[in-house]
Design a protein around this ligand. Structure first.
Ligand code: FBP
Length: 265
């Protein structure tokens, strides 16, 4: 296990990854709410906010835009990804090696595992290769641990999410990125199952400021270290406001009311 507190993935042991792989995973529909969010520069600018510990993007976005931001933004290179254009059991193509991620300046790497999919065995073998290469490069590895597919009846159930966190620990991820199980108590079980692997919440589709911040607060209270968030930031007209509020909740462990008051500072 690679302790993350001394890496650029963390600030004071906490993590706020701005995720921006949606153009591949979901397609242009995710940019409709705020059309300028289709421009990667808009999101790279948001990632310069001091609350953001790294920006997670696919290789193509990293190659094209990261050179202009390498002094201000930490890069988390996603190693696999998939589009929403095909149908079938969940799977994700490995499209970037750890060697190449390191070459383009990545400070960390990310990998999606769909536990429960008929492709879980192959994906786990691919993760093994990524994990061992990440260790060679001394790069932290974050697992997007998302059980889904034929083996999974309900991917929102807390014991399924706890299993996802445990898979991340067993397979050697430094950080497990999991869906929010709905309550602080459920998140505590997830964190317990993850052991020394740090747990972060996946942002999910856009909600109100209060609802979103309350879920982040519950994650922190449960012993999680932060979140990886995409739509709840870039689908807002002013990403800076919600990042100001997240900074309060994650790093200062402030209440949601305090964070909301600070959002428009
Ligand atoms: P959000 O905060 O927008 O949910 O982003 C997190 C993330 O894991 C992205 O990295 C990814 O593109 C997306 O969610 C995948 O969502 P799903 O596969 O659940 O539709």
């Amino acid at each position: 296990m690679r302790p993350i507190h001394d890496t650029s993935l963390a600030r004071d042991g906490k993590v706020l990854i701005l995720a921006y792989d949606h153009g591949l995973e979901h397609g242009p529909v995710d940019f409709e709410a705020v059309p300028e969010s289709a421009n990667p520069e808009h999101v790279f600018e948001a990632a310069t906010h001091p609350a953001v510990t790294s920006l997670a993007v696919q290789k193509g976005i990293a190659e094209a835009y990261y050179p202009s931001y390498e002094d201000e933004v930490n890069l988390l290179a996603k190693l696999n990804g998939t589009s929403n254009l095909w149908m079938g059991e969940p799977d994700s193509a490995v499209n970037c090696s750890v060697d190449y991620a390191a070459e383009i300046g990545a400070d960390a790497v990310g990998f999606t595992l769909y536990g429960g999919s008929n492709h879980e065995v192959e994906m786990t073998e691919e993760f093994r290769e990524a994990h061992e290469a990440a260790r060679e490069h001394d790069l932290p590895i974050v697992m997007w641990s998302y059980p889904r597919g034929q083996g999974i009846k309900n991917d929102k159930k807390s014991d399924v999410i706890a299993y996802a966190a445990r898979q991340a620990l067993e397979l050697g991820a430094d950080v497990a990125k999991v869906k929010y199980p709905g309550t602080r108590e459920a998140m505590e079980q997830v964190v317990e199952m993850a052991g020394k692997t740090k747990v972060i919440m996946s942002g999910g589709s856009k909600t109100t400021d209060r609802e979103f911040l309350e879920s982040v607060e519950a994650v922190i209270d449960a012993g999680g270290v932060g979140l990886a968030v995409g739509r709840n930031v870039f689908q807002r007209e002013n990403p800076e406001h919600i990042l100001n509020a997240l900074e309060k909740v994650i790093y200062e462990e402030a209440s949601v009311d305090t964070a909301l008051a600070a959002a428009e500072r």
